[in-house]
Write a protein that binds this ligand. Structure first.
Ligand code: GAP
Length: 514
């Protein structure tokens, strides 16, 4: 019983209704692309964080954690290239006064051509029925080929212009394609300009430009500048990694698709320092290992794919995204980058401090190369909830809304119900709660009929419901209902801890990776 996936807008309203995610500053009509996590959201988010951080630091003895400050010396962002090159190309529509990312307008246009091609294919599939050879049709039908050619030509032209940072060429593409403003419908565009994505603020004690600080746009630089501190204080030997979870800030122009693209978000990044020359071996290693981590969540292997970058950033010698099938299509969830020695060398040059490592094995000094794995915590959250939420039709034709969140990540792990509110059942239910609450996230509920309580727990993804009935008083047993199968079994009280421990522990997922 897999059930039907629900629409994206229903996921957003479900998140609000059940206290996973609220629009930021909602009573003031919200603040664009800023969201608050509610009581269930923060639980799920913390568990995702643990599933990543503890896996990194516990199951890899060569990885340690760190928690660096959001504010960093302003020179850090010059060294990293963010001051000069962390820009989006912007264009304004003079009639609607709306601002857009030029690259997004062009990508949407490419998408439109592809959609048109797919519509042609779908129409033909309907017309020809069982005899339809989709592959052949895609390869030979002139209209379909025409749309694919247009998409490909535009993609190429766009890649060239973007690669050259040529703002005039981007504007020309928008004009040539006749792209209109979705709000005003007009083609009355400004020039395309570069817009830096970093938020800046002032240090209180220094007046003027010297006091200008940035909110970090990635957590990685906190790791780079502490590379030697960590290596020395923890006697780390290359190859080793440093893992960090923390907030990052980007003044995104087109912030849309709920928590997919936010202005304040969290990253989970790991920099793995390796010997020069060994980076591509480690790049392959981390690419595959991160994919296995994703697969251990059970969201469906088909929902992931790699996207290898053809065009590499100036500091990288290999890069790939792990893409996930979100409700709006396959999109980047995580980046794996072989960043060479670019960052450490830049920090050496800008700080005047050596960031070399002495390798006791080779007796050489060198600046290590770095493999980075970088995933957005909020994006991972979105991947999980969008995959989890389903409308199911049960054998008796009734419906239920269920969130099939991986058991070990669920915000409430065990719900505890007395069957009715009398006869000593609530008291015994409270005892069961006391027994379990130190090891598991439990929720007590005695309101409404038990069937409705099951539905409420299904809707928030609780893996197990424990019901205390009259037999419990006599036999010391309870019923345990499984969210996914809806099967119920009876267990004695003293078996509960082990039963749940085996099924709710994160180690279950981690072990499947090794
Ligand atoms: N240190 C490398 C780095 O920051 P990135 O591709 O810019 O690389 C890494 O970001 C990940 O951070 C992305 O794959 C995505 O999951 C997440 N991310 C980036 N921008 C985001 C945003 N505006 N909102 C939510 N998540 C974002």
């Amino acid at each position: 019983m897999q059930g039907q996936e629900v629409q994206f807008k229903d996921i957003i309203s479900h998140c609000k209704e059940y206290g996973f995610i609220f629009p930021g500053s909602e009573i003031y009509d919200g603040l664009g692309a800023v969201y608050d996590y509610g009581p269930l959201g923060v639980e799920l988010k913390n568990r995702i964080k643990s599933y990543w951080y503890e896996w990194m630091t516990r199951t890899h003895e060569d990885i340690v954690g760190i928690d660096t400050a959001i504010f960093m010396h302003p020179e850090v962002w010059k060294a990293s290239g963010h001051v000069d090159a962390f820009n989006d190309p912007l264009i304004d529509n003079k009639d609607s006064k709306k601002r857009y990312r030029a690259d997004v307008l062009i990508e949407d246009q490419i998408e439109k051509y592809l959609e048109k091609a797919n519509k042609e294919v779908a129409k033909a599939a309907k017309r020809f029925g069982d005899n339809f050879d989709e592959k052949l049709y895609r390869e030979t039908n002139p209209r379909v080929l025409g749309y694919f050619d247009k998409a490909e030509a535009l993609r190429k032209r766009f890649a060239e212009a973007a690669g050259e940072n040529d703002m005039t060429a981007l504007k020309r593409i928008i004009e040539d394609e006749g792209i209109v403003c979705p709000v005003s419908g007009s083609r009355n565009w400004t020039e395309v300009r570069q817009f830096n994505l970093m938020f800046s603020t002032q240090l209180g004690s220094i007046a003027g430009d010297a006091g200008e600080l940035y909110l970090r746009p990635e957590t990685a630089q906190g790791i780079f500048v502490n590379f030697l501190n960590v290596a020395k204080s923890n006697r780390m030997k290359v190859p080793f990694g440093i893992a960090q979870v923390g907030k990052a800030f980007r003044n995104e122009i087109v912030a849309r698709q709920f928590i997919f693209r936010m202005r304040e978000f969290e990253q989970m990044e790991m920099q793995f320092f390796v010997r020069p020359g060994e980076e591509l071996k480690w790049y392959e290693f981390w690419k595959n290992r991160r994919m296995k981590w994703h697969q251990s969540l059970g969201l469906g292997d088909d929902n992931y794919r790699f996207h290898d970058h053809d065009k590499l950033a100036h500091y990288a010698n290999a890069a790939a995204d792990i893409e996930f099938k979100f409700p709006f299509g396959f999109k980047e969830l995580e980046g794996i980058h072989s960043r060479t020695d670019f960052d450490l060398k830049q920090h050496e040059a800008h700080s005047g401090k050596k960031l070399q490592y002495f390798d006791p094995e080779s007796q050489e000094k060198y600046v290590p190369y770095v493999i980075e794995t970088s995933i957005g915590l909020d994006r991972m959250f979105l991947a999980i909830i969008s995959n989890a939420l389903r409308e199911e039709t049960l054998p008796d034709d009734s419906k239920r809304t269920v969130m099939r969140i991986p058991f070990f990540l669920a915000p409430v792990q065990i719900a505890i119900f007395p069957l009715i509110k009398k006869d000593g059942l609530p008291e015994m239910a409270r005892e069961v709660q006391s027994l379990l609450r130190y090891d598991f996230a439990c929720q007590y509920d005695e309101k409404d009929a038990v069937g409705r309580r099951y539905r409420r727990q299904d809707a928030i993804g609780t893996p197990f419901c424990v019901t205390i009935d009259h037999e419990s008083l006599e036999a010391g047993t309870v019923t345990v209902r499984n969210r996914d199968t809806m099967e119920q079994i009876r267990l004695p009280l003293d078996a509960l801890s082990n039963y749940f421990g085996e099924r709710l522990s994160m180690s279950r997922g981690w072990k499947s990776i090794d």
